[in-house]
Design a protein around this ligand. Structure first.
Ligand SMILES: Nc1nc2c(ncn2[C@@H]2O[C@H](COP(=O)(O)OP(=O)(O)OP(=O)(O)O)[C@@H](O)[C@H]2O)c(=O)[nH]1
Length: 538
């Protein structure tokens, strides 16, 4: 292996663009890493603080050039070390909305390759003696971890989500795991499995088998009691220790209690209940010293909000933009518990695309370049009527696509570019933010459940008008029609208003012209009057 020294000469000829990139990168690094110019700087806490903040910037995406540099740096500046592993791939390619077959193939792939998807480990204690040796070993281990993931991506059909590429952030995770008696992995209740990392649980057990793993399902206020019940059944069947929780709202009311099986799964509806549960789980540790509870998880899942709730004070910054918590923080509770907050970590996982990450708040919406992909994914999940109602749009919901929807939102909200063109990217950011904060809601079904049925249950309960197959299935369940297959051939349009309200069905026989505008208007009026009737056209 040859070691190349960076040259100060200006690049010429064929090497010019590579040379320019190297120069630019050096400039960027100079801005990124603060350099101590005097010895006093090293004694100055403000200087050190600022330097740490800069180094601890989360990094989930790197350009090819940055990736080359990062890997070269980890490999001790030896460019040749892994030239073959640096790929020129377009990571921004747009989304294709998933079909059922895609989802089945994806789940199969996930099951078969999941064991290869590891998080980086800290070198074992007996393998180093000095801090320098540890540093070198950590770099070596991190490089080989990244190479492993590159090889995994080379496999057919495998796509990985962007993941944390800053070793210093992983170091924070290791510190939290080592310090804590209970490692609480916080996940977003809307899609818990997307945020759960099973390998982290394995890692915790290898560090010390006495440490406890707990999955805290935060934002449970966004789930219906029935949805919570399905998820709690799933977790209790798979033997995963979970606590349902909401850092913002009380999780369950008394009348909901009957819907849950509290023996199977745990719910904490207040700060005191959550603390009591932690104490029960980590009871062995409270002899003579505080119980340390570490909070880890993806950005934006509510770690800081949970800690604030436990502290009964707003001590940690909360923000809808992911990546606010930058480094490990500890907080002592009066109750003999110390809380340990870790920066949000995007762990590697299998994914179709980045749209999922934007819609789930894992990546900052500001970094969203392709805005049609995430919005197409959203339209495939929630009824277009609902989105139209929310933004006061008068679009025909049947043939809505991302372009039409974004153009309409931009018009209605006056989001126009200086040349008078609707600004679709601004409209997409607005919509995606509403999804992240839960104003537009979609909840993933547990693997044991059919997603469509799960969606029907939700939209019906929420009183959202649902169309097409979903309505027909609901009508079939209510005994209004015999079979959704037959009905599908006969019905032209139908509206369902939610539980307790009446169904409004407009039908036509095959071959008959669809409803004219006057009839549609008439039925809309009836719809408002909440009376049930069936109109047959012959
Ligand atoms: N609906 C709902 N929203 C929540 C809940 N907990 C947190 N949020 C919101 O989720 C967003 C992120 O919350 P944070 O507490 O900053 O999340 P974090 O995990 O600390 O984020 P990072 O600092 O990026 O790691 C904020 O907009 C919160 O208001 C909850 O239980 N329910």
């Amino acid at each position: 292996m040859t070691k190349r020294r960076p040259s100060n000469k200006k690049p010429t000829g064929m090497n010019k663009s590579l040379g320019n990139s190297l120069c630019n990168e050096r400039q960027r690094n100079r801005k990124k890493y603060k350099i101590a110019s005097t010895e006093d700087d090293l004694d100055n806490p403000a200087f050190i603080e600022e330097t740490i903040e800069r180094v601890l910037e989360s990094k989930t995406f790197e350009s090819n050039m940055e990736e080359l540099f990062a890997k070269a740096e980890l490999a001790g500046s030896t460019f040749n070390a892994e030239r073959g592993a640096v790929q020129i791939v377009d990571k921004d390619s747009t989304v294709v909305v998933r079909t059922n077959a895609d989802i089945t193939n994806f789940n199969a792939l996930k099951t078969s390759k999941e064991h290869l998807l590891k998080i980086p480990r800290r070198p074992a204690k007996h393998t180093y003696q000095t801090a320098e040796e540890l540093h070198a070993l950590e770099n070596e281990m991190f490089l080989s971890w990244r190479l492993g993931l590159s090889h995994l991506e080379d496999m057919d059909g495998v796509a990985l989500t962007p993941f944390e590429r800053n070793l210093d952030i992983w170091r924070e995770l290791w510190r939290v795991v080592e310090r804590s008696d209970i490692i609480v992995q916080i996940v977003d209740a809307r899609n818990p499995l997307l945020f759960r990392n099973a390998d982290l649980e394995d890692y915790v057990r290898t560090v010390d088998p006495a440490k406890k793993n707990v999955l805290l399902i935060n934002k449970s206020d966004l789930l219906l009691p029935e949805q919570q019940r399905h998820w709690s059944d799933y977790f209790s069947n798979t033997g995963i220790d979970v606590i349902f929780w909401s850092a913002l709202e009380p999780t369950a009311t008394e009348e909901d209690d009957e819907l849950f099986n509290r023996e199977k799964c745990q719910f904490a509806s207040s700060r005191d209940e959550l603390i009591a549960l932690f104490k029960t789980k980590g009871g062995y540790a409270i002899q003579g010293r505080p119980l340390v509870v570490g909070f880890v998880g993806y950005p934006n899942v509510g770690k800081s909000s949970t800690i604030n709730k436990l502290l009964a004070a707003k001590k940690v910054t909360v923000s809808a933009t992911p990546g606010k918590t930058r480094r490990l923080q500890t907080h002592a509770l009066d109750d003999g518990i110390t809380l340990c907050d870790c920066p949000g970590l995007v762990m590697p996982s299998f994914a179709f695309d980045r749209s999922e990450m934007f819609l789930n708040g894992i990546m900052p919406i500001e970094q969203m370049r392709d805005h049609f992909g995430p919005i197409s994914l959203l339209i495939s999940r929630v009824p277009a009527d609902w989105i139209c109602d929310r933004y006061s749009l008068t679009l025909a919901a049947e043939d809505i696509d991302a372009v039409k929807l974004l153009t309409a939102i931009a018009f209605v909200r006056g989001m126009m570019s200086s040349s008078g063109v609707p600004d679709c990217s601004r409209a997409a950011r607005l919509l995606a933010k509403d999804v992240v904060v839960g104003k537009i809601l979609w909840v993933a079904a547990p693997p044991s459940h059919d997603q469509k049925e799960f969606d029907d249950l939700f939209f019906l309960k929420k009183g959202v008008k649902i169309r097409g197959q979903a309505q027909l299935r609901q009508m079939e369940k209510k005994g209004l029609i015999e079979s959704s297959k037959v009905a599908n051939e006969r019905f032209d349009q139908c509206f369902f208003d939610g539980p307790g309200s009446q169904a409004h069905v407009m039908t036509r026989k095959p071959g008959v012209t669809p409803l004219d505008d006057a009839s549609k208007k008439h039925f809309k009026k009836k719809d408002k009057a909440r009376r049930m009737f069936v109109q047959t056209y012959s």
